[in-house]
Design a protein around this ligand. Structure first.
Ligand SMILES: [Zn+2]
Length: 253
């Protein structure tokens, strides 16, 4: 008998902390999660496992990254108002952000006066922050509306094609089933491939556009950022086209 066993990552929400979100470009509430590694047999496991790290995710845009729980004064049980969350979890946040917020003011008021280095830093940052979300998505096969419809359509074709075939001539019934099955599989594979593009278009491009819009990057700058991420082996660099990002930045939100 084949036994499926191994280790899997468990996640447990610890609470909320205040911090700066580089995608939203403002201080936000972040959900703090404990990551554990636990043994499983047939994906069934008990307990939260050995601590392997922490992760914080912006409650507004969903961008997540590794986190150091010791960097915060505490972890709040509820997100509440940002001001009270700041007091409880990161009282020095405003002082720590002074330089970054001054840069944000310059981005808003005089973007043309930013140095080339500052511009590239501001352009790279949201790609870097959204990259883990893209990696996690493509590491697992996920079902979305299109894939579910393809499965339903594929099953439907397995009944419909032999029924039509059988109505024309009884000998067309069995090959009709095979034809329906092949067409159904084709439909499913097409939708599984298209699902990746849909995820990027719906979940990543709007956030990138929102975050990059104050910097007003040109296509060559986006191209350069995507190229760097692609060379570093990040899927975000491979799954996007510069023109697609520019179009989203320029279209009204
Ligand atoms: Zn955010």
């Amino acid at each position: 008998m084949f036994i499926v066993w191994g280790r899997k990552i468990t996640r447990r929400t610890l609470g909320y902390v205040a911090d700066f979100c580089g995608v939203c470009r403002v201080p936000r509430a972040f959900r703090m999660t404990r990551l554990g590694s636990v043994g499983h047999v047939y994906y069934i496991s008990f307990g939260e496992g050995n601590l392997v790290g922490h992760e914080r995710a912006c409650t507004s845009c969903g961008a997540f990254s590794e986190a150091d729980v010791n960097a915060y004064a505490g972890i709040s049980k509820s997100s509440g108002s940002l001001e009270s969350l700041k007091r409880e979890t990161f009282p020095g946040l405003d002082a720590a952000l002074e330089q970054r917020l001054a840069l944000e003011v310059r981005v808003q008021t005089a973007p043309h006066l930013l140095s080339a280095e500052e511009r590239m830093g501001l352009i790279f940052s949201p790609f870097n922050l959204l990259s883990p979300k893209v990696e996690r998505h493509f590491a697992t096969m996920r079902m979305d509306g299109g894939v579910a419809l393809a499965i339903a359509g594929g099953i439907g074709l397995c009944f419909l094609v032999p029924a039509i075939g059988g109505a024309i001539s009884p000998e067309y019934g069995p090959p009709g089933f095979l034809l329906g099955l092949v067409a159904g599989f084709g439909l499913l594979i097409w939708q599984l491939l298209a699902a990746g593009g849909r995820f990027m278009r719906k979940e990543i491009v709007p956030l990138l556009a929102q975050s990059l819009s104050p910097v007003k990057p040109n296509e060559a700058e986006i191209e350069r950022a995507l190229g760097e991420f692609k060379r570093a082996g990040h899927k975000i660099g491979k799954k996007l086209k510069a023109a697609q990002v520019i179009e989203a930045i320029r279209s009204p939100r």
